[in-house]
Write a protein that binds this ligand. Structure first.
Ligand code: R5P
Length: 256
């Protein structure tokens, strides 16, 4: 377990996870239509790759040694009626066969189906613990839920108490409180595409508040220059860059 975690969270206690699992409920997400063309150039700058087994099988060269965070929850789509009602979509045996360094499972705290998703998470944690595989709990937020520090703290702490080894959640005002009350490393999702400068500021603020890093997708792969953007995010996560320094890196790298 510690060995797998150390492959993802580096010696500085930080991590840059590249989230490209969106296809499991969004299909050919903008920027990922030709998955390998977008993602392969980004891999050298990411500490871990979060994706589905289908994307791993079809698009990623197996000789690539980047740690894999395998999405194992899903079952609903963005056009269906029950987006928040996810269940288990990959067996632990297949996760092991695919050499996952960690697995990712979404829980929907406060939604109609929270119980199903939470019991799915705990069942998967039991399976993963048996083989020393860490679990990243993804705290998804429904449209009707208020995205504030109180809610995010509740969902994150619950995930940790239920046995998750890492938590992925959204950055909110007062994020220090979320981090303080969560005993496992927290990473933030990027969310919908926003201007590069704003996304870099959000990553910086999260790190300043104590986050272990980011699990960012659209704000990297939908950027006008994804490689420049991941380099800029990396500077914030691992090199202590300020948002301005990181944005300068983005601009400079974009020129090339
Ligand atoms: C959503 O549950 C997916 O796991 C995405 O990977 C996640 O939202 C992170 O990607 P983004 O930074 O695009 O929000």
């Amino acid at each position: 377990m510690k060995n797998r975690l150390s492959r993802i969270i580096k010696k500085d206690g930080r991590t840059l996870m590249l989230a490209v699992d969106h296809g499991y409920f969004m299909g050919p997400t903008t920027g990922l239509e030709k998955f390998d063309e977008t993602v392969n150039p980004l891999i050298p700058y990411a500490d871990a790759l979060m994706l589905t087994r289908g994307a791993l099988r079809n698009y990623v060269d197996p000789s690539n040694d980047i740690p894999i965070i395998l999405r194992v929850s899903g079952g609903t789509s963005i056009i269906g009626k029950e987006l928040l009602h996810e269940g288990i979509i990959v067996s632990i045996e297949d996760a092991i066969r695919l050499n996952a360094s960690a697995i990712a499972f979404s829980i929907m705290v406060g939604a109609d189906f929270e119980r199903d998703t939470i019991l799915g998470l705990t069942q998967y944690i039991d399976d993963a613990e048996r083989y020393g595989i860490p679990v990243l709990a993804v705290t998804a937020v429904g449209r009707e839920m208020k995205r504030d520090a109180k809610y995010i703290s509740l969902a994150s702490r619950m995930a940790a108490e239920l046995g998750a080894h890492m938590v992925k959640t959204y950055y909110v005002e007062g994020f220090e409180k979320v981090v303080e009350s969560c005993p496992v490393p927290i990473v933030i999702a990027g969310g919908k595409k926003i201007p590069e400068q704003d996304a870099l500021k959000m990553a910086y603020d999260a790190i300043q508040a104590g986050a272990a890093g980011v699990d960012m997708g659209r704000n990297i792969f939908q950027s006008s220059n994804p490689v420049a953007m991941i380099k800029a995010v990396r500077a914030i996560v691992h090199e202590g860059a300020t948002p301005k320094e990181a944005f300068d890196i983005f601009k400079e790298e974009s020129k090339g």
